[in-house]
Design a protein around this ligand. Structure first.
Ligand code: GTP
Ligand code: MG
Length: 217
């Protein structure tokens, strides 16, 4: 009996999230905004990548907005603002992921007419964000070599719930004794040989242009 109640509550939460994600998607489309949800492990380089992409898109004349999702604090929000991105801070409190309702509230407080591309940084976590679509056009997972070579094997779900996967910090792969080819092989097998993980070093500005192009920008 207890179990049935739990399952039904979880179902309601996910269904409500999907409904709000659809509304977010429609609101963003009404304002002609292309949006990307960056998920990924803690410290993999999500903020660094968003800032680098933001700089490159701004150089192309696009207006870039961002939502910094963190459990607490203004660190990533501050970095985004200092880089010139029109950022909004979204602290989740105890939640380990953003949800569509948080994005719904954020969008209603942002000046959407001033944004062409919205880059959303999810909370660093390879589990929870997968179940909570936000209404973005594209979902990206960012991992880095510093987490070891087994992230795809340990967390297949999030890779299957995303459109694009990035392996960052390849500049220090040797130093942390990780072979990027192992991770690339796992990802290719998981996606039935249909996709390749995108190798990247934000620090060396390597692979970022290819990610932007894969996002259709
Ligand atoms: N060597 C190297 N370091 C990087 C690279 N990208 C990011 N870093 C460093 O990795 C650290 C974490 O980067 P962030 O961009 O804050 O990572 P994050 O995923 O946003 O972290 P959280 O939001 O805390 O989950 C910082 O010290 C960055 O300078 C890279 O390509 N190579
Ligand atoms: Mg960050």
């Amino acid at each position: 009996m207890h179990k049935i109640t739990d399952v039904s509550m979880e179902y309601d939460v996910l269904r409500e999230n999907s409904k709000l994600a659809r509304e977010n998607y429609e609101l963003l489309k009404e304002h002609d905004i292309m949006s990307v949800d960056f998920m990924g492990s803690i410290g993999s380089g999500k903020t660094s990548l968003i800032i680098k992409i933001g700089e490159k898109l701004a150089a192309k004349g696009l207006k870039v907005g961002a939502i910094a999702g963190d459990v607490t604090g203004e660190d990533d929000f501050g970095r985004m603002k200092r880089s010139g991105i029109d950022a909004y801070n979204c602290n989740t409190g105890k939640e380990c992921h953003l949800d569509a309702n948080m994005i719904h509230r954020a969008l209603h407080q942002m000046d959407l007419d001033r944004i062409d591309v919205l880059l959303i940084e999810n909370v660093g976590n390879l589990v929870c964000p997968a179940d909570f679509p936000l209404g973005a056009d594209i979902r990206v997972v960012v991992i880095s070599v510093t987490e070891g070579d087994d992230m795809v094997r340990k967390h297949p779900d999030i890779f299957l719930h995303s459109d694009l996967a990035v392996l960052n910090k390849i500049d220090i792969a040797d130093a942390v004794d990780v072979d990027p080819a192992v991770i690339a092989g796992d990802y290719s097998r998981l996606t039935g040989g249909r996709r390749e993980i995108m190798m990247c070093s934000v620090k060396k500005d390597s692979g970022v242009d290819e990610i932007i192009s894969e996002m259709g920008l």
